[in-house]
Design a protein around this ligand. Structure first.
Ligand SMILES: [Zn+2]
Length: 413
């Protein structure tokens, strides 16, 4: 098994002036739910967050080998109705704004099960996906052309050779996942038609910090993006940013959507680009203290959450967990939670049921089993769906309560 490696330089600019500002401890890959017999061989890696003091890219330097993360990847994006709608809206926007017509090539990098490509309503588009994990089979089975590889200049060449250059390339929730992002980005200009556009969507650093969303920090997410480091990085790789928008809902919470074209492309540069750079400067994106303050915020959430959990246990209450998303494992492992504190976790995805959570080794059970056990309180790991669960969940209807950890720890109802 290959080991993790630790970078010494910034992914975007190569600088070695990297400041560690947040250490979340030692964590296994957050999607590696385990069977009992796998516990002994579980590996942990540091989850420390750095910021480059030259270009101000926030990033992890410890890189877990991608095959450890992606070989057993079980996440099917299309299982989320909300995500389907989100990507269909993006596809409709691209279709109209960039005047797509039948016969045009659209490509999606990190296409998962084809969720975004199936979001294009226009008939006759040539839809091509790139997906390194086994999930690619689902995209192929749904009728898409898929390159089953990590994206690279070679993969770009293969697509252009077989289908032609792309009018629209999307890369949602993948741009921040790639260690050698320079090589990845070098594949984009040759993939694009002269008037082609690439749209990157990724969680936005400013929201991550302002809302203390530290649970989205895990080994898959190598970078936490803002426009300040991105714009010059892209320019060095032959791409100019011409528009940027904040989207309140992305695959991993609030995101930015960055529109780019080949250098000298036809699309006018919108005022949003200078506007966002100005806002980020005013926010403090290039001040180290801004990041150090964040670390104190995160620490305070931990202290408060543990206080609430221990108070519940001291008063004789049993505590469970609700939802087992990957990000929940960052929270559980950062809290140092074990099954003595949290007896089991309810999860609807059958692939995760009857496994143990990575690192904390808490049993994942079905909703039905959770209701039979009926702990008095549940740490809500899928806290972003709080409103939905308050209205819909049988657990709450039967008198259960949630401990909602983020953005500020509290009991509901
Ligand atoms: Zn840098």
């Amino acid at each position: 098994m290959s080991d993790a490696r630790t970078r010494a330089d910034c992914r975007y600019c190569g600088s070695t002036r990297l400041a560690a500002f947040l250490s979340l401890g030692q964590h296994p890959p957050s999607n590696s739910f385990l069977r009992v017999e796998q516990v002994a061989s579980e590996r942990r890696y540091p989850l420390d967050v750095y910021v480059c003091q030259d270009c101000w890219l926030t990033q992890l330097l410890d890189v877990v080998p991608p095959e450890l993360i992606f070989d057993d990847y079980v996440y099917l994006a299309s299982s989320s109705k909300a995500l389907k709608t989100h990507y269909a809206t993006l596809a409709a926007h691209a279709t109209e704004r960039f005047a797509l017509r039948a016969g045009d090539v659209v490509a999606d990098i990190g296409c998962n099960d084809g969720i975004l490509l199936h979001g294009y309503a226009l008939p006759g588009l040539v839809r091509v996906g790139v997906e390194p994990s086994k999930v690619a089979q689902h995209a192929v089975a749904s009728g898409l052309d898929v390159v089953n590889a990590f994206f690279s200049p070679e993969a770009a060449q293969q697509i252009v050779g077989r289908f032609g250059a792309a009018k629209v390339v999307t890369a949602t929730n993948v741009f921040a996942h790639v260690d050698d992002i320079g090589r990845f980005t070098d594949g984009l200009p040759p993939l694009l038609a002269p008037e082609g556009v690439c749209i990157v969507e990724a969680p936005y650093l400013i929201d991550l910090i302002d809302q203390t969303l530290f649970d989205t920090i895990y080994h898959e997410h190598l970078c936490y993006l803002s426009l300040t480091p991105m714009a010059p990085f892209l320019a060095r790789h032959g791409l100019d940013v011409f528009d940027v928008v904040r989207v309140p809902f992305g695959a991993s919470g609030p995101a930015i959507r960055v529109f780019m074209q080949r250098r000298g492309g036809p699309w006018p540069v919108e005022p949003s680009v200078a506007g966002m750079l100005k806002d980020e400067a005013a926010w403090g994106v290039s001040r180290l203290e801004r990041y150090q303050d964040y670390a104190r915020q995160v620490e305070a959430v931990k202290t408060k959450t543990l206080e609430l959990l221990h108070a519940l246990r001291r008063s004789g209450k049993r505590v469970g967990g609700y939802g087992a998303p990957a990000k929940g494992n960052t929270l559980l492992n950062y809290l140092g939670a074990t099954r003595e504190l949290i007896e089991c976790i309810a999860e609807t995805n059958p692939l995760k049921q009857r496994t143990l959570t990575p690192g904390s080794h808490i049993p994942v059970v079905s909703e039905e089993e959770f209701l039979e056990r009926m702990p008095e309180c549940a740490l809500l790991l899928s806290w972003n769906y709080l409103d939905f669960f308050l209205k819909q969940s049988e657990y709450i209807r039967r008198g259960g309560r949630f401990l909602v950890p983020l953005p500020a720890p509290r009991m509901v109802p």
